[in-house]
Design a protein around this ligand. Structure first.
Ligand SMILES: O=C(O)[C@H]1O[C@H](OP(=O)(O)OP(=O)(O)OC[C@H]2O[C@@H](n3ccc(=O)[nH]c3=O)[C@H](O)[C@@H]2O)[C@H](O)[C@@H](O)[C@H]1O
Length: 390
C-alpha cells in the first residue's frame, strides 16, 4: 500500500524535481517501508541480496523489468500493472522494491545491471512539462538527454542486453500541422525545449540501436491524465482552482481558434506500455558489441479524439458542480502547440493498442479520486482509490 503523503510528495517530485530524484522499480518482495529503502545505502551486501531476490522469475518467459520513474505518474501505474499481472514471482505476492536515485548516477545504474540481468527496461523517468522548460531548462537536458544516455550506456554494456521501451512525447510533432499526427510526419520543428529533448532522445535511441544492437521502442504519449496524475497539468490544477473559486486561464489561438488536446486516459496508456513490452524483440548485442540488426520502433499512444480545452473545462464544471471563473486569453508563446491528434493505427496493428476511455469518463474517474484523495475526512484514500487499476 502506498501512503498518501508519500504519493502526493512523489507526484510533486515527478513534475518538478524529477531531474534530481528518480526512482527505479524492480519486481520485488515485500519491502519494510520506502523510508527503509532510502536509508539502506545501495551496494551493501544486504541491498544486493534484496535486489537479486526481487528480480527472481518463476518462469523463463517471465520478465525482469527495471522501471525508471516508478514514482512518477505513468511509472507508478505501469509498475503496479506489471505487479498485478505477476511478472516475477515475488512481486505477484506483494510489495515493490524502490531504489531512490538519479538516472545520471552511473555507478548506481551499473551496480543494478551487475546484480540483475534485466530482460527489459521501461524508461519513464523524465523531466516532463512543456511550459516549465522556460524556467528550468537545464533540468530537461539533465534528465531527458544525459540521464537517458547514462541508462543506454549501461544497457548496451549488459550481457545480455535488455530490450528498452521508453517515453517519448506527442510534443515532438511541434509545429506539424498535418492531422492526425502519424509516426511518418515530420518532427524537426519542436516548439519547446521539452519537445526538443524528447526529439533528441529519439535520435539518441536510434544511434544506440544502430551501433550496439539494442532493441528500442519509443512511445509518443499524448497528454496523459487520470487519478494520481501530475499537479502541474491543466486538468489537475483547473480542478483545484475551480473548487477554490480561483480564476483559471483558458487558452485560445491568436485567430480565436480552438486549442485542443488528444487527452489520453492513464489505463489506456498502461495497456499500450505493456503491449510494447510484450512485443519487444530481444536486443542482438552483448557487452557493447552488436551482433546483428535489432528492432527499432516508434508508436503514437493517443486517444484519436481531440477535445477543446474549453470543453475540458465544461466537463469539469459539470462533474464538480461548480462554475469556473474563466479568463480566456491568447495562448502565450511558451512552448504550447495549438492542437494534438494521434493516428494510432500502427500501435493498434502491432501492439493491439485501442483506447476505450472518452474524456468525460476518464475525468469522472479523476474527479472521484481527487475528491477522495483531498478530502480532509479520508484517512486512507489509497485504499479507496477510484482508479480502475488499483
Ligand atoms: O502530450 C505531450 O507530449 C505533453 O502532454 C502534456 O502537455 P500539454 O498537452 O501541454 O498538457 P497541459 O499542460 O495539461 O495542457 C493541456 C491544455 O491546456 C491548455 N492550458 C494550459 C494551461 C493553462 O493555464 N491554460 C490552458 O488553457 C494548454 O494550452 C493545453 O492545450 C504534458 O504536460 C507534457 O509533459 C507532455 O507529455
Amino acid at each position: 500500500m502506498i501512503h498518501r503523503l508519500r504519493l502526493s510528495k512523489l507526484t510533486l517530485w515527478s513534475s518538478i524535481f524529477l531531474a534530481f530524484i528518480l526512482f527505479f522499480f524492480i519486481l520485488s518482495p515485500p519491502s519494510p517501508s520506502p523510508a527503509a529503502n532510502r536509508r539502506e545505502s545501495w551496494g551493501s551486501h544486504h541491498w544486493e541480496k534484496r535486489v537479486t531476490k526481487s528480480a527472481c522469475r518463476n518462469s523463463d518467459s517471465g520478465f525482469t523489468v527495471l522501471v525508471t520513474g516508478a514514482a512518477g505518474f505513468i511509472g507508478c501505474h505501469v509498475s503496479l500493472s506489471l505487479k498485478q499481472r505477476g511478472d516475477g514471482k515475488v512481486l505477484s505476492r506483494a510489495g515493490v522494491f524502490v531504489v531512490e536515485g538519479d538516472i545520471n548516477d552511473a555507478a548506481l545504474i551499473r551496480k543494478l545491471f551487475d546484480v540483475v540481468h534485466f530482460t527489459h527496461v521501461m524508461h519513464l523517468a523524465a523531466q516532463a512539462g512543456v511550459r516549465y522548460a522556460m524556467q528550468n531548462p537545464h533540468s530537461y537536458v539533465h534528465s531527458n538527454v544525459a540521464g537517458f544516455v547514462n541508462l543506454l550506456e549501461a544497457s548496451k554494456d549488459a550481457n545480455p542486453q535488455p530490450a528498452i521501451v521508453w517515453a517519448s512525447s506527442s510534443s515532438v510533432y511541434g509545429l506539424n500541422s498535418k492531422v492526425p499526427f502519424s509516426e511518418k510526419d515530420r518532427t524537426d520543428q519542436p516548439a519547446s525545449l521539452y519537445a526538443a529533448t524528447k526529439k533528441a532522445g529519439e535520435a539518441i535511441a536510434h544511434s544506440y540501436n544502430h551501433i550496439y544492437g539494442l532493441s528500442i521502442t519509443g512511445l509518443r504519449f499524448f497528454t496523459v491524465y487520470g487519478p494520481w496524475g501530475r499537479p502541474d497539468m491543466a486538468y489537475f490544477f483547473f480542478t483545484k482552482d475551480i473548487l477554490k473559486g480561483k480564476q483559471i486561464t483558458v487558452f485560445e489561438a491568436a485567430d480565436g481558434g480552438t486549442v485542443a488536446r488528444d487527452f489520453t486516459y492513464i489505463d489506456d496508456i498502461v495497456k499500450g506500455c505493456l503491449g510494447a513490452l510484450d512485443t519487444a524483440k530481444r536486443s542482438t548485442g552483448s557487452g557493447g558489441k552488436k551482433k546483428g540488426p535489432a528492432q527499432f520502433r516508434i508508436y503514437n499512444l493517443g486517444n484519436t479524439s481531440p477535445v477543446a480545452v474549453s470543453e475540458l473545462v465544461r466537463i469539469l464544471e459539470k462533474l464538480l458542480k461548480v462554475k469556473a471563473k474563466k479568463k480566456v486569453m491568447v495562448m502565450p508563446r511558451n512552448g504550447d502547440v495549438q492542437f494534438t491528434h494521434a493516428n494510432i493505427s500502427r500501435a493498434h496493428r502491432e501492439l493491439g493498442y485501442m483506447p476505450t476511455t472518452d474524456l468525460e469518463t476518464g475525468l469522472s474517474n479523476f474527479v472521484k479520486w481527487y475528491l477522495d484523495f483531498y478530502s480532509p475526512s479520508t484517512k486512507n484514500p489509497a485504499s479507496s482509490s477510484s482508479s480502475s487499476s488499483w
